[in-house]
Design a protein around this ligand. Structure first.
Ligand code: ADP
Length: 263
């Protein structure tokens, strides 16, 4: 209606009376769009300077003859922080893209077992120095209709988190199985767990259950926000079960109508 964003709330009184409240949320909507555009533009603009910085840092580290050890250590730290910033910018760009939901992205049949094999291999590489075990249980040929790159980001975020927030010697179990309710991707760990007060806010951007602990792991605080948006796009749900000190289970459930089976 003439470019305005309206929200309706209807309440029924008795049999015949209804009250309709109309909210004009145009301004709120425009402000929200400005915020999204701003984040997207800043992230995009940060990319080039970061690439240049990282490139020169790498060259300096490679040609380190004559550089004092303390400056070499400083270079190492600079490179580490540049990588961290790069991850942050990439996560922000992905989140912006997911929020703006461009229509040009068509869902395809995604062969999840194949994708998980790769994600599992990467997780094993990350878990081996921590003497952790990562298991994978997959229904062969169980595919889903969706956006492959986004699903890969979401699943790999959940697996990486499980490895990150599980102490040495722990176990991470990755499953992709179907039942009458749909297809379920779950990651179970016996790690640090999350206090229930944090659970409702866990998928907010930059929200961290324990700031000190999380900053040591070098995450961006955007992983679960990305997971939430990817799942929303697939009309899938995220369920989080967790107990402090015992471990967590993150489950993504996809509707039966999205399931495809490779014969
Ligand atoms: P981060 O980059 O900090 O990992 P995420 O958005 O992926 O950001 O996760 C948000 C917070 O949720 C983390 O900082 C951590 O406190 C908590 N968290 C996520 N996954 C787990 C897990 N498997 N076990 C315990 N805590 C977790």
């Amino acid at each position: 209606h003439s470019g305005r964003q309206l929200q309706f709330e209807i309440t029924q009184f008795g049999d015949n009376d209804r009250l309709m409240i109309v909210y004009d949320i145009t301004r709120l909507h425009n402000l929200e769009q400005m915020r999204k555009d701003f984040v997207a533009n800043v992230s995009h603009e940060l990319r080039t300077p970061l690439t240049v910085l990282s490139g020169y840092l790498e060259t300096l580290q490679d040609q380190h003859e004559g550089i004092e050890p303390r400056w070499l250590r400083a270079l190492g730290q600079m490179a580490q922080q540049a990588t961290r910033m790069n991850n942050l910018v990439n996560d922000l760009l992905l989140l912006s893209r997911l929020e703006n939901q461009p229509e040009d992205r068509e869902p395809h049949i995604v062969h999840v077992p194949r994708m998980l094999k790769q994600i599992h291999q990467d997780a094993v590489a990350l878990a081996t120095p921590k003497q952790q075990t990562v298991t994978l249980e997959c229904e062969p040929g169980l595919c889903v209709l969706g956006m492959e790159a986004d699903l890969r980001s979401a699943f790999s975020n959940l697996v990486t988190n499980a490895v990150k927030y599980t102490p040495n010697g722990g176990v991470v179990a990755v499953r992709w199985l179907a039942d009458g309710q749909g297809a379920h991707f779950s990651v179970t760990d016996n790690g640090l767990g999350i206090d229930e007060v944090h659970l409702p806010r866990l998928t907010e951007r930059f929200y961290r259950a324990d700031a000190a602990r999380s900053s040591a792991t070098g995450g961006t605080g955007l992983g679960l926000a990305i997971v939430k948006h990817v799942l929303m796009q697939h009309k899938a749900t995220l369920d989080i079960q967790s107990e402090l000190g015992r471990g967590s289970r993150f489950t993504c459930s996809f509707m039966p109508t999205l399931i495809e089976r490779e014969t």
